[in-house]
Each structure stands twice: as C-alpha cells, then as structure tokens.
Design a protein around this ligand. Structure first.
Ligand SMILES: NC(=O)c1ccc[n+]([C@@H]2O[C@H](COP(=O)([O-])OP(=O)(O)OC[C@H]3O[C@@H](n4cnc5c(N)ncnc54)[C@H](O)[C@@H]3O)[C@@H](O)[C@H]2O)c1
Length: 274
C-alpha cells in the first residue's frame, strides 16, 4: 500500500471532502489523526475506521482556535511518534451579495479557512523539521480563490490567500524537504453546497462547468492523495484544479450537438469569430 504506516492529520474529517480523503488515506495504509469540531460525526467515523482495523486518533477541535489546533497537531505526533502528512481541509463559506457582507463574515471565514490552516501548517512544519521528516502538506483551496465568482466577497479572498500561502510555504520549506501543494475544487456535492448554493447557483455551475455536473468528494480525495504520495515528489507549490474544466473554460456551448441539429456545418464561417 502506497502510504503504509505513514501518519496523516486531516482537518474537517467528519464530512464531505474530508471524509472522502480519510477513506482514500485509510485504503492506502496510512495511520490517521482526524480533526473536526463535530464530536458526534467524528466519533462515528472513528468507530467505522476502527472496525476496518485502521489506526485512528479522533481529535475534537475547532481549527479556528489557535491553541486547540496547535495542540491537536502535537497530540497526533505524540500518539503516533511521527507526522508525515497534513491535509488542511476544514473550511466554511457563505454566499451573499458583496453589499450585504460585513466584517464579521470576513472574520469568521478567514478564522477557519486561513488562520486555522496557517496554524496547522506552521505547527506541522516545525515538527517535521525537528524530526527530519520529508513531509507533504495539502491545502484545500477552491476555484473561488482563482476567479471572481458572484457572492463570494469573503470566501473567495480567503481561498486566494490559501493559494498564495501554499506558494510561500512551498518555497520556504522546499530546502527542508517538505512539499506544500493545494487543490482547488470546483462545485462538489457535499453538505456545504446544500447550504451555500441557491437554485440559481446550481444552474450557473451546471452551465459553466464543461463536464456539466458537480464533482464527487472522492474526485477531490484522489487528487489530494496523489499530491501526498511519492509520485508527486517533484511537485510543490502547485494548485491542482479539480473542477470538471471550469477554470479552463471560456465561451461555452455544445458545438457537436448544435451541428448535429442542423446549424451551418461550414467550419470556415467560424474562423472570423472571436
Ligand atoms: N463542496 C464544494 O463545492 C467545495 C468547493 C471548493 C472548495 N471546497 C472546500 O473543501 C473543504 C471541505 O468542504 P466540504 O464541502 O466537504 O464541507 P462540509 O461542510 O461538507 O464539511 C466540512 C467539515 O469540516 C468541519 N469543520 C468546519 N469548520 C470547522 C472548524 N472550525 N474546525 C473543525 N472542523 C470544522 C465540519 O464539521 C465538517 O465535518 C472546505 O475547505 C471548502 O471550502 C468545497
């Protein structure tokens, strides 16, 4: 198994994308410290993993509280005797007009998405350097951090900051043998989007994602596990979009279906278009 006996800590592990990452890491043979503020969800997940004989340490903590997050990282190191991988996945968002945002939206969202992530990254890197571990860290950003999307005045900048922090950390920690990468998911079918996405949001995503669908949590988990593994040993400071083609897209329509329905088939007519 690719990650046999390596130790990973995953934040926001109890649901959605975090849970899918945990599942893939468990199948790859990793030992797992799981952080979530949802004590019940975490206990259920830990029990299910123990049933599969996965070595697991559930840690109830709010990543936005500096001491709780730092303590969780140190507890994971103490319990397993090493720390090889960190997945900073916990995140929160809101979708509403910029004019309706207030500073508390920014404070709440940045506290989890950026400040909590920074504390975990810094504490883990300190431990990895002290232990001489060639570690790997993956931060869960978002395409909202790459593009200006409607309704994301606080969430988008928090994820843009995650992307830049990933790059800064990657260059500073590369000489110490630690890799830092990010994934930037597009719309993924989780509880978060059930709350955050209104019907208009859903329709816009389905129009603007070339694959015409929401992704599954496991689509993101597969990318995270790739970035954590040895196959990505020369990859650091990278942002891997997992978005069904959204970030690559410009003008979109189904040209094959349109041509089949009888539109002019002379491709040269299109050469003058822009
Ligand atoms: N779902 C999407 O479409 C999407 C798209 C792009 C990026 N993301 C990012 O992926 C990550 C996971 O999102 P998701 O859709 O799985 O969300 P989710 O709401 O389904 O699950 C998030 C998990 O994180 C936990 N959590 C939230 N705040 C926490 C805190 N302060 N401390 C500890 N645990 C906390 C929750 O209890 C929950 O278990 C987030 O960073 C999110 O911004 C999601």
């Amino acid at each position: 198994m690719e990650l046999e006996n390596r130790v990973a800590i995953v934040t926001g592990a109890a649901a959605g994308i975090g849970r899918a990452i945990v599942d893939r890491l468990a199948r790859a043979g990793a030992r797992l410290a799981l952080v979530d503020r949802d004590a019940e969800g975490l206990a259920r997940l830990a029990a299910a993993l123990e049933g599969r004989r996965v070595d697991v340490l559930p840690l109830v903590a709010d990543v936005a509280r500096e001491e709780e997050m730092a303590t969780a990282i140190r507890e994971a190191r103490t319990r397993f005797g090493q720390l090889d991988m960190v997945v900073n996945n916990a995140g929160v968002g809101v979708e509403k007009p910029l004019l309706d945002h207030d500073l508390d939206d920014f404070r709440r969202i940045f506290a989890v998405n950026l400040f909590g992530l920074f504390v975990a990254l810094r504490e883990a890197a300190r431990i990895m350097i002290a232990d001489g571990t060639r570690g790997a860290i993956v931060n869960v950003a978002s395409v909202a951090g790459l593009r200006g999307s409607v309704g994301r005045a606080a969430y988008g900048p928090s994820k843009a900051a995650v992307i830049n922090l990933t790059q800064v950390a990657a260059v500073e920690l590369a000489p110490r043998g630690i890799r830092v990468n990010a994934v930037a998911p597009g719309p993924i079918a989780t509880a978060m989007v059930q709350v955050m996405h209104r019907p208009e949001t859903r329709a816009a995503w389905l129009r603007q994602v070339p694959q015409g669908r929401y992704g599954e949590p496991d689509d993101v988990a597969a990318a995270v596990v790739y970035l954590l593994g040895d196959g990505a040993r020369f990859v650091t400071g990278h942002v891997l979009v997992v978005d069904g083609g959204f970030a690559a897209a410009g003008m979109l329509y189904d040209i094959a279906a349109t041509a089949a329905a009888g539109s002019p088939a002379d491709g040269r007519k299109g050469e003058r278009g822009s």
